[in-house]
Ligand binder design. Structure first.
Ligand SMILES: [Zn+2]
Length: 325
C-alpha cells in the first residue's frame, strides 16, 4: 500500500517527509498501458512521471492549502507535457503527452529540454475558487545558474523551492514499474523560540549546520535503496544518530491513492470552450465528438444531440479547466 510519512528532527529547524507510492502508482501505469491510443510509457518517461508523482505528493504534503497541487513540465522535446496532480487528501493522477520517437535511454533534457526551452510549473489551484480568482503558479526553467541543462527532476525542484520560498530543500526521487518514491528534507522557514536557543542568527540559506549535516545524510541515499527499502529501514539507516520524531503516517484509508476528477460535465465544459463552430465542424467531419481522459482512460462520447445540448444548457459558466488540455 502507498504511504506518506512526516517527521521532524527534535529541537532542530529541519523537517522531512518520505512517500512510497505502490498501488497508486501501479494503477496509473496500468491505465496508461490499457490506453490503446497511447500504450504504456517508455521507460525514461515512466521514471519521470513516477518521480513527478512522488514529488507532487511531497509538495502537497508540505503546504497548508485547500486545493490541487499541479506539477507540470512543458517540454520542447518528444515529451510535450507531463503532469502530476495531487489533491489535499492525497488522491492523485498523472499523465504525459509524447510526440515522436524517444531514445530508449533518454535523459531528462532529451525528453523535455532539448533547446533549453523546457520549463517546470507548480500550480496551486484553490478548491473553491472565487470568480475571477487565478490559481497561483510558479515557473522555473530546466537549466541551472550557468544555463547548464539539469538532468534530474530533484535538481529542478530544489531550485524552485529555493527561488520561490527561500527554503533549503533536498529531494531524492526514484521510480520503477512498481514503486514511485521520494524523500524530502527542508530547513524550517521559521525558527522556534523555545527549542532553539541561540540559533536565531542561523536562519540563512545554506548556513544551518544541522540542516547541512542532515542534507548530506539524505544525499547519501541511493535511488535503489529508496525504491526497495521500507520506510522504517530508510529512516533508521540514514538518521540513526539523530532524534527523529515521527507523525502518524498517511496510510490505509488516508494513504495517497489514484483518483481521477474527470467527468462528463467537465468534458462538456471543455467542448464548450472550443466554441460552437469548432464543435460543429468536428460533428460534421466525424458525426460525433469523442474525448478520452488522458489521466484515467475514460472515454466520453457526445453525439450531435449531446453536443447541441452543451451549447444550449443554462449552465453558462465559463470553463475553469485551465491546466492540461
Ligand atoms: Zn479521468
Amino acid at each position: 500500500m502507498s504511504e506518506l510519512h512526516k517527521f521532524i528532527f527534535d529541537g532542530l529547524p529541519v523537517r522531512g517527509m518520505i512517500v512510497r507510492l505502490t498501488d497508486a502508482w501501479q494503477e496509473i501505469l496500468r491505465r496508461r498501458a490499457g490506453n490503446t491510443g497511447t500504450g504504456a510509457y517508455p521507460e525514461p518517461v515512466r521514471e519521470l512521471i513516477g518521480e513527478m508523482a512522488a514529488a507532487a505528493v511531497l509538495m502537497q504534503g508540505n503546504i497548508k492549502f485547500n486545493g490541487a497541487l499541479v506539477l507540470q513540465i512543458f517540454g520542447d522535446g518528444p515529451v510535450k507535457v507531463a503532469v502530476a496532480e495531487v489533491q489535499p487528501d492525497f488522491s492523485l493522477r498523472a499523465t504525459a503527452t509524447l510526440v515522436g520517437e524517444l531514445p530508449a535511454d533518454a535523459s531528462l533534457s532529451q525528453m523535455v529540454n532539448v533547446n533549453n526551452q523546457g520549463r517546470c510549473a507548480i500550480t496551486l489551484d484553490p478548491k473553491d475558487r472565487l470568480p475571477g480568482q487565478q490559481p497561483y503558479q510558479g515557473v522555473v526553467p530546466l537549466f541551472g545558474d550557468q544555463r547548464q541543462k539539469l538532468e534530474r527532476l530533484n535538481e529542478v525542484l530544489e531550485h524552485y523551492m529555493l527561488q520561490s520560498e527561500q527554503l533549503d530543500t533536498v529531494l531524492v526521487l526514484a521510480a520503477d514499474d512498481q514503486v514511485a518514491a521520494g524523500l524530502l528534507i527542508q530547513r524550517l522557514p521559521v525558527l522556534g523560540t523555545n527549542n532553539l536557543p541561540g540559533q536565531a542568527n542561523e536562519d540563512e540559506i545554506g548556513l544551518n549546520e544541522h540542516y547541512n549535516r542532515i542534507a548530506i545524510l539524505v544525499r547519501s541515499l541511493k535511488r535503489e535503496e529508496l525504491l526497495t527499502l521500507d520506510v522504517d529501514t530508510i529512516l533508521r539507516r540514514l538518521f540513526w544518530e539523530e532524534q527523529v520524531l515521527r507523525f502518524e503516517p498517511f496510510a490505509g484509508a488516508t494513504a495517497p491513492r489514484f483518483a481521477c476528477s474527470c467527468s462528463r460535465e467537465r468534458v462538456g465544459r471543455m467542448i464548450r470552450s472550443l466554441g460552437v463552430e469548432e464543435a460543429d465542424s468536428i460533428i460534421a467531419e466525424r458525426g460525433h465528438i469523442d474525448v478520452g481522459c488522458d489521466f484515467c482512460g475514460q472515454q466520453y462520447h457526445f453525439d450531435p444531440v449531446d453536443a447541441a445540448q452543451i451549447f444550449t444548457s443554462p449552465d453558462a459558466q465559463p470553463p475553469v479547466e485551465p491546466i492540461v488540455h
